[in-house]
Design a protein around this ligand. Structure first.
Ligand code: ZN
Ligand code: ZN
Length: 274
């Protein structure tokens, strides 16, 4: 059966809002239809993934939500922090044994506790997280009790404290410990790890090319490929257009700059034309 033109209804977004109710909440107007199941959904439950919109049930499905997919993939999996903890364990242990043999018992105990905490971290024991934050202050207290000046030891503990805080607050590490992570932080992690990683690599190459000009063509090429991959309509969306452009621009700039320098050196001219 053919539908005559007079029967068709134009559905502008505003008309949709006014006339169609949400499938779950009839008292609320729908803001659109779910890209997966097609149900009308209201703003309160709509989940926006790039250009797409999903109802609450569909939006939380791992195969739909790329950030939820990332959560499922990294849940309980050891990250770089966990492996760094394991690698540092033997050093703490050697220090612990060495101090013990020399009769420096307080240092031996502190180093021993350190070794236990980093090993527990690697094994995924959640108590290791707050314990790690207590270690640098414990060393400071140890030094103060030995009669060292506060001004002398506190600055020494800034780098380990910064590292401990970085490990403690890392989203990736929290996923390893199976801790709940807000979708917004997960989105940031996804953006850093999985969103057009070639663009980030191109930018790193471009920065290296400023001192090592042979890398410049690689930066331009990678930037070009990354730029061609950009597609905000895709699911998940592929972004980082700016990074790809920056990599290409910086790569070209490096090539031009180094060509200029090399040509002037070859001609025996001063680098400063003025
Ligand atoms: Zn749906
Ligand atoms: Zn609703």
């Amino acid at each position: 059966m053919r539908i005559s033109p007079s029967m068709s209804v134009s559905a502008s977004p505003s008309a949709l809002q006014e006339t169609v109710p949400c499938a779950l909440h009839p008292e609320r107007p729908a803001v659109g239809t779910c890209a997966r199941c097609g149900a009308f959904c209201c703003e309160a439950e709509a989940i926006h993934q790039g250009e797409h919109l999903y109802c609450e049930a569909c939006g939380h499905r791992p195969e739909v939500s790329y950030v939820e997919e990332l959560r499922a993939k990294l849940w309980g999996k050891r990250d770089t922090w966990a492996w760094l903890m394991l690698i540092s364990a033997p050093a703490h242990l050697v220090f612990c044994i060495g101090s013990g043999l020399e009769g420096m018992w307080s240092w031996a105990v502190l180093a021993g506790v350190n070794a236990v905490v980093v090993t527990a971290w690697f094994l995924g024991v959640r108590l290791a997280r707050p314990a790690l934050l207590l270690l640098p202050p414990a060393w400071v207290v140890g030094f103060l009790l030995k009669g060292r000046e506060a001004l002398e030891v506190v600055p020494l503990m800034v780098p380990p404290m910064a590292l401990a805080l970085a490990a403690f607050s890392s989203t990736r590490s929290q996923l390893f410990f199976r801790l709940e992570v807000e979708p917004r932080r997960l989105e940031r992690l996804w953006n850093a790890r999985a969103n057009n990683p070639l663009a980030s690599r191109a930018l790193v190459c471009a920065m290296v090319s400023l001192v090592l000009p042979v890398v410049a063509p690689v930066a331009v090429l990678l930037g070009w490929v990354a730029l061609r991959r950009v597609n905000p309509e895709a699911h998940p969306p592929v972004g980082k257009k700016l990074q790809a452009l920056e990599a290409m621009g910086l790569g070209v700039l490096s090539l031009l700059g180094w060509t200029y320098v090399l040509v002037r050196l070859k001609l025996g001219l001063p680098l400063n034309p003025l």
